[in-house]
Design a protein around this ligand. Structure first.
Ligand code: UD1
Length: 417
């Protein structure tokens, strides 16, 4: 199994390019199930979750090709299987996204229940509640969701918790339902809007994405289109924190700074200099790094997917900060590894109290999930000596060649195979 070794102490400098957003590309690929015509995508990051999605779709009979240059071609004319098996769902929970499109086009689906994961319970009850409101029958049999319907119909669906993939799943399900569907308290993440944009290009009638209320008028069929995936705001944000924590000077190009407002404002408040330009952002880290609290929130608030990286930054802060995680109940596994590197962090339920200013020392650490892996690399960039991060397959799920990108900025980082 691969490991990553980071030797700390270099201030990062230079320019780094952002890849396409994994979390926007996943639903976009799955949306190909909605039509028998070809969907062409650009800016798809060739990371492991994308390859898993290609495999999942291939097993359903979709002709799916993802190329190293970020282009992807998908055609579901011959899609016959309507099942997402446990072996794939357990490695990638976002596989649940096939449920909506399968129900919309074929009226039946069999999708393994995802089960728990390292960051919490992550139920899918809201996905099922929405489908049921649209007239589907959903049963749990042998660990699988078995859904069927004689034809979905529009419904008013109110989410009691904001759910990103839940919103995406039901938006796709509603594209070809009879009549109007209203999604209330919907997620307004940029990835949801990117999916809405793709669906509109396929002929769907969707309004209100990017707000808490999305309206979808069902149409009889969808068709081919070409669509470019938005830049990955979490990858770009990880580079921004890398610049801040190493007191470096990094220009992050091909990104969408307008999707990163909460993080960039936070970086300014901790003392970093942030220059915005169209499609890029320059971040210069400053000394001291001021300790500031954050609370994770649905978009446009501070993203839970940036919480671990921000915690790495706060270990180098000039005082005490409180990090409150409101989205997932168990998302502090990285804190325990950072403590092994010398950080002073106390966990009290959903709050982490980080006392900054402690020098970190390199250690062998274990990545528990995707963003935790990234945060340990960030901690390693400022630790004395070598940090060896094990289980980097988590990292490969969502970051495209992060070690090469950081090395190009001067970091001493290598993959050990
Ligand atoms: C997506 C992102 C993930 C990000 C998360 C929150 C993708 C592929 N993944 O995950 O990177 O960390 O949003 O921004 O886009 N919930 C329920 N019932 C449900 C569904 C969700 O209670 O049926 C709860 C969850 O347990 C969690 C909260 O809602 O507490 C938000 O989860 P959700 O937005 O659904 O996360 P994902 O869409 O799985």
């Amino acid at each position: 199994m691969d490991k990553i070794c980071v030797t700390g102490g270099v201030a990062l400098a230079g320019r780094v390019e952002t890849s396409g957003a994994k979390n926007a590309a996943l639903p976009a690929m799955v949306a190909s199930l909605l039509t028998d015509e070809t969907i062409e995508l650009e800016n798809v990051p060739p990371v492991r979750d994308i390859l898993t999605t290609r495999r999942l779709l291939s097993e359903m009979g979709v002709q799916a090709e993802v190329r190293e240059d970020g282009s992807a071609t998908l055609n579901a004319a011959e899609a016959g299987g309507h099942e997402a098996p446990y072996e794939l769902v357990k490695t990638m929970r976002a596989s649940i996204l096939v449920l909506g499109p399968l129900m919309a086009r074929f009226g039946n689906a069999r999708v393994s229940l995802p089960g728990g994961c390292a960051i919490g319970a992550r139920p899918v009850n809201l996905h099922l509640m929405g489908l049921q409101k649209m007239g589907a029958t959903c049963e749990i049999v042998h660990g699988y969701i078995q859904a069927s319907s004689a034809g979905l119909r529009g419904a008013h669906i109110l989410f009691d918790t904001v759910t990103v993939t839940g919103t995406e799943n039901l938006m796709m399900a509603a594209t070809m339902a009879k009549g109007e569907t209203v999604l209330d308290n919907a997620a307004c993440e940029p990835e949801v809007s990117d999916l809405a944009e793709l669906l509109r290009r396929m002929g769907a009638l969707i309004e209100g994405d990017g707000t808490r209320t999305i309206r979808i008028q069902g149409v009889p069929r969808l068709h081919s289109c070409r669509h470019r995936i938005i830049p990955d705001r979490i990858e770009a944000g990880t580079f921004a924190v890398a610049a801040a924590i190493t007191h470096g000077d990094v220009l992050i190009s091909n990104c969408a700074p307008e999707h990163m407002t909460a993080l960039l404002l936070q970086l300014v408040s901790v003392g970093a200099e942030v220059d915005l330009r169209t499609g890029c952002v320059r971040v210069r880290g400053k000394d001291p790094i001021v300790s500031r609290d954050i609370t994770t929130q649905p978009y446009p608030g501070f993203a839970t997917d940036m919480q671990a990286q921000y915690m790495a930054l706060m270990t180098q802060g000039d005082g005490t900060s409180v990090i409150t995680e409101t989205i997932f109940e168990n998302r502090f596994m990285h804190a325990l590894e950072m403590v092994r590197m010398g950080a002073d962090i106390k966990i009290e339920g959903r709050r982490a109290i980080v006392r900054g200013g402690k020098p970190l020392s390199g250690a062998n650490v274990l990545a528990s999930d995707l963003r935790a892996s990234a945060s340990l690399i960030l901690a390693g960039l400022v630790a004395h000596g070598d940090t060896v991060i094990d289980r980097v397959y988590h990292l490969d799920r969502g970051y495209h060649r992060i070690e090469d990108k950081l090395a190009a900025l001067g970091a001493k980082i290598e993959r050990i195979r």
